[in-house]
Design a protein around this ligand. Structure first.
Ligand SMILES: Nc1ncnc2c1ncn2[C@@H]1O[C@H](COP(=O)(O)OP(=O)(O)OP(=O)(O)O)[C@@H](O)[C@H]1O
Length: 764
């Protein structure tokens, strides 16, 4: 067995890059790998994990725990590790892949005397309500401070009606969001209410116009008290609870340490100190606490969560320094994913942004991506470009952007029918807007129709937001119980087309006259072949509706939609949930409950093993946010709407909070807590505001860097000359377009492109 493993390790080592090889050769202790995008971090980690599992003969009793930050990343790494274990003929039991939160939940729930339970886990919505309750309570018990806030920057108290308006804004929105921010930042930085209060007396902030840190301490205290009283926990608390359970109970800690041989962490740049502490505790050897088996891989240049969570690349950098002192730190600068021109564009972004923002917060660690040398193990490494490789356009409007995009995508599929393609947007709303335009171009006067070419438009946010299994089945069932409603026919057909069980076609035409679509008479015009297919499919479902009772009918529909195992398991969970909710189990009774599940998106799907593969599929255009695109890649990547207002955008003060002054005190307080947790001097409010703005800009450019480095062969960037003024407006209902400047990186890149693409001119 050992020999087989070692000979396979030798074989595989020949297929690994430096950095990956070190992970494969790891035999315990700390190890850090910092690598550029596409260098093969996740790949190296999967191979390394499989080898460690084989070497240590890990099993159900003692496992290697792989931690990631998103479900899709977890699914993709699980598949890779299983692949290598299969090659070694080993069972799949020696490891588990988890998101950090599910791991923490397991630890906290298993602890003796732990007061919480999964049912007590606060949803986002409930957390919001709890924050609001704390604010109400605080406002009642602090009338003087409330009055001080209501007066804002005015020298005199405002008139009565204005006071009421401000009070309402403070309670319902400003202080409620403030509470949420404080709760997350302070607890991640291990700050107790008492410590926060102490911090609020710091002389550096004595002249700040409002005592927001003191208010933060009050609100944090109230929030924690309320959680305790209600025996509830929230996501952050779960991690804190897990750490506390392990800290407080030696035998429980040892139980876990015995169970966990090592922790491998992907995307480690997104880790918070609290999370790192949890992982270290778990990975400490049960017999000797000087031995800590932790492997962390990450890329500080891809840190894109630090402005809305307590994550910060600084912590991963510190870990890298610690490992460097033990000669256990490696960097990987070669990457085979992208065509050379895309690499040049990404490197230029690093150089340009660090130069442009040298005075504030340089966004990147200066580090160039290099193409891999000849003979690299990756097949088709640094592939040749499609088209120009990097293309940059300035369409007149957001509509023209959609049109140009469709034209270019159609050309990609014409030349490469099996291409994988993604459109990356900054905000979900932009994604929905594009999805609608691309799905129904005629409605918007566009004459390029991707669905008619057999190309699926897959709007990730749309699907995920709706938690697709409950929503898809809901639409089908709604149709089956009311087949003559045009809306329901359209919704059901949309699901059927998205699932690929009915061919794409003009659904509005079918839905407009449901009886003609379902049961055409002799005088009706002949249906197209696609419509007949859709009709037969619907007849099958309607037939089942007459023969089956509700729950078997739901299961039948799930089968007909071609659900995979995880989706079928999710359907089972849904049926179970519905069966527990209401008697008698009739559609009319259950429909409102089901609709609630869809609206609140609270239903937890069964872990989707191949969620990842849904994002990257041939003959599909995947629309998703830049954040969600992390860790994935496609042949062609389109990044529209790169107007300056959209990226990097600005920090701004919401209109209802302007009476407090020219800065957003939520961002200010967060920046003050951030500085403290980094061991830096605490900044006053003006400096904290500048820091917050610089941190946002820096992170936006890292986000653009992530987007750019997803492209293997073609990167298409666009900035519309006219777009909605506020990127956050609902693009469906706000068509008032205004002139917009492009993201300042684009003109700079354009100049470079001109040089790179015409070497003679460039040389001059
Ligand atoms: N040694 C290797 N042999 C073959 N293919 C490899 C190797 N290393 C990486 N690859 C391939 O290169 C691509 C990028 O690898 P991977 O996704 O692991 O990179 P990454 O560093 O995690 O990227 P990012 O940080 O941008 O998400 C993948 O398609 C992967 O299969």
């Amino acid at each position: 067995m050992v020999n087989t493993v070692e000979s396979l390790v030798d074989d595989w080592s020949g297929q690994l890059r430096p950095g990956q090889r070190e992970i494969a050769q790891w035999r315990g202790g700390l190890l850090a790998v910092s690598a550029v995008p596409g260098a093969g971090k996740s790949h190296g980690m999967a191979v390394g994990a499989a080898i460690a599992i084989a070497r240590q003969r890990l099993n159900q009793q003692q496992q290697l725990v792989v931690v990631t930050y998103s479900r899709s990343a977890a699914a993709s790494i699980k598949v890779r590790i299983r692949h290598y274990l299969n090659q070694m003929g080993l069972p799949r039991t020696g490891f588990s892949v988890q998101t950090l939160h599910s791991l923490a939940l397991k630890i906290a729930m298993g602890a003796p005397n732990w007061r919480g339970s999964a049912e007590n886990l606060l949803s986002e919505y409930e957390q919001q309500r709890l924050c609001r309750r704390c604010v109400d309570q605080w406002a009642r018990s602090h009338p003087d401070q409330m009055q001080h806030l209501i007066q804002g920057m005015d020298t005199q108290p405002p008139i009565h009606s204005e006071q009421l308006t401000r009070r309402h804004a403070l309670i319902s929105s400003i202080l409620t969001s403030f509470t949420k921010t404080v709760v997350t930042s302070a607890r991640s930085a291990f700050l107790t209410p008492a410590e926060l209060r102490q911090l609020s007396h710091h002389p550096a902030i004595a002249a700040d116009p409002y005592p927001f840190l003191e208010i933060a301490a009050d609100l944090l205290e109230l929030y924690q008290h309320q959680l305790y009283e209600r025996e509830q926990i929230d996501y952050d608390e779960m991690i804190l609870a897990a750490v506390q359970c392990l800290d407080a109970n030696a035998s429980y800690r040892q139980e876990w340490q015995q169970r966990v041989y090592a922790v491998f962490e992907d995307e480690a740049q997104d880790s918070t100190p609290l999370q790192s502490r949890l992982l270290r505790l778990l990975a400490t050897d049960v017999m000797d606490d000087r031995i800590v088996n932790v492997v962390r891989v990450g890329d500080p240049n891809q840190a894109i969560n630090s402005t809305f969570t307590a994550a910060d690349p600084l912590f991963f950098n510190a870990f890298c320094d610690e490992c460097a002192q033990q000669n256990a730190f490696y960097t990987m600068t070669q990457a085979g994913r992208c065509t050379p021109l895309v690499i040049k564009a990404a490197n230029y972004l690093v150089e340009w942004a660090n130069h442009t923002y040298a005075q504030t917060e340089p966004p990147f660690r200066p580090q160039d991506i290099q193409p891999v040398p000849p003979g690299d193990p990756q097949p088709d490494a640094n592939p040749p470009a499609w088209g120009q490789g990097v293309e940059l356009v300035y369409p007149k409007t957001i509509f023209e952007t959609a049109h140009e995009l469709a034209v270019r995508i159609a050309r990609v599929f014409e030349a490469h029918p099996k291409a994988t393609v993604a459109i990356l947007v900054r905000q979900n709303k932009q994604g929905h807007f594009l999805a609608d335009l691309l799905r129904s171009p005629a409605d918007f006067g566009l004459n390029h129709n991707l669905p008619s070419l057999g190309i699926t438009i897959f709007d990730v946010a749309g699907v995920e937001r709706r938690s697709h299994v409950p929503e898809e089945l809901f639409h089908i069932l709604q149709f089956l119980y009311c087949p003559y409603s045009p809306d329901r026919v359209k919704n059901a057909l949309t699901v059927l087309v998205e699932r690929g069980v009915v061919p794409p076609q003009n659904l509005d035409r079918l839905a407009a006259q449901p009886e003609v679509f379902l049961y055409p008479g002799p005088l009706d015009p002949p249906a197209t072949a696609e419509a007949v297919q859709a009709q037969h499919f619907c007849h099958g479902l309607l037939q089942a509706r007459l023969q089956l009772s509700l729950f078997p009918l739901i299961a039948y529909c799930a089968q007909r939609l071609g659900y995979d195992a995880a989706e079928l398991a999710t359907t089972d969970r849904l049926i179970y949930y519905l069966s527990q909710s209401q008697e008698p189990q009739l559609w009319e009774r259950l429909a409102p409950i089901w609709q609630g599940i869809v609206a609140e998106n609270t239903f937890e799907p069964v872990d989707m093993e191949d969620l990842h593969s849904r994002y990257v599929r041939p003959a599909q255009v995947t629309i998703l946010t830049m954040h969600k695109a992390k860790g994935l890649d496609w042949d062609a990547v389109f990044v529209p709407f790169l107007q300056a207002k959209n990226l990097p955008g600005d920090l701004w003060v919401p209109a209802n909070a302007r009476f407090l002054g020219e800065v957003d005190f939520i961002a200010v307080t967060r920046a003050q807590i951030r500085a403290h947790s980094h061991g830096q001097p605490i900044p006053n409010y003006q400096e904290a505001w500048r820091n917050a703005a610089a941190a946002k800009t820096a992170e936006e450019y890292r986000l653009l860097y992530v987007a750019i480095t997803r492209a293997k062969r073609l990167l298409w960037l666009a900035a519309a000359q006219q777009a909605p003024f506020w990127p956050s407006f609902d693009w469906h209902h706000h068509y008032e377009l205004q002139p917009q400047a492009p993201c300042p990186f684009l003109p700079a890149l354009q100049q470079q492109l001109a040089k790179w693409l015409s070497p003679i001119r460039g040389d001059r």
